[in-house]
Design a protein around this ligand. Structure first.
Ligand code: 5GP
Ligand code: MG
Ligand code: MG
Length: 184
């Protein structure tokens, strides 16, 4: 990855790596306490939640199991299509299990609300949600998100797992894109 190109593509750093690390440590401590003495399956929603899953899982003292789902709700643009497809289902039967869904970002909440209905129909003992980022629009949807990292402004963000046309996922921080990148 060319750092100079990358630099000119970015408008600003919204959340630093240190801020992410500190927040995940905080969330992990709450999760450890809340699930003490219980088995926990954390479910990462691919691909965006890869970084959050990896860092959150390592910040937990709790021995968790990990599984992954891939759903699609966005094309390569910056607007939600509202259409959700399962691209990869869980390997695990979640009936009777305590499940924590780990998300990178909740924007409209459409994806998550669909996912929770889908997973809920499989008879888990409990489902809770942890997301690194949440945008204001999400507040309009009746989803109970127990663990929220950061409430952020209504801007398109990239990095730390989040992409624009599959790029920028490997930035160690969360940043905003310069308008010229997405034709603004
Ligand atoms: P929602 O269904 O909540 O509107 O959107 C959920 C998905 O849309 C996220 O998992 C993510 O893939 C994508 N998304 C929403 N907002 C952003 C954003 O600001 N930046 C990026 N890169 N993806 C986003
Ligand atoms: Mg996601
Ligand atoms: Mg994306």
């Amino acid at each position: 990855m060319d750092e100079k190109d990358m630099g000119s593509d970015l408008k600003s750093v919204l959340i630093t790596k240190q801020e992410i690390d500190d927040k995940l440590a905080e969330l992990a401590a709450r999760i450890d306490a809340d699930y003490a003495g219980r088995d926990l399956l954390i479910v990462g929603v691919l691909k965006g939640a890869v970084m959050v899953m990896a860092d959150l899982a390592r910040a937990l003292s709790h021995p968790v199991k990990m599984d992954w789902m891939a759903v699609s709700s966005y094309g390569s643009g910056t607007k939600s299509s509202g259409v959700v497809r399962i691209l990869k289902d869980l390997d695990t039967d979640i009936a009777g299990k305590d499940v924590l869904v780990v998300e990178d970002i909740i924007d409209s909440g459409l994806t998550l609300s669909w996912l929770l209905t889908n997973l809920g129909s499989r008879g888990p003992a409990s489902i809770a949600v942890c997301t690194l980022l949440r945008k204001p629009e999400a507040a309009k949807v009746a989803i109970d998100v127990k663990y929220v990292g950061f409430d952020i402004p209504n801007e398109f963000v990239v990095g730390y797992g989040l992409d624009y046309a599959e790029k920028y996922r490997n930035l160690p921080f969360v940043g905003t894109l310069a308008p010229h990148v997405y034709g603004g």
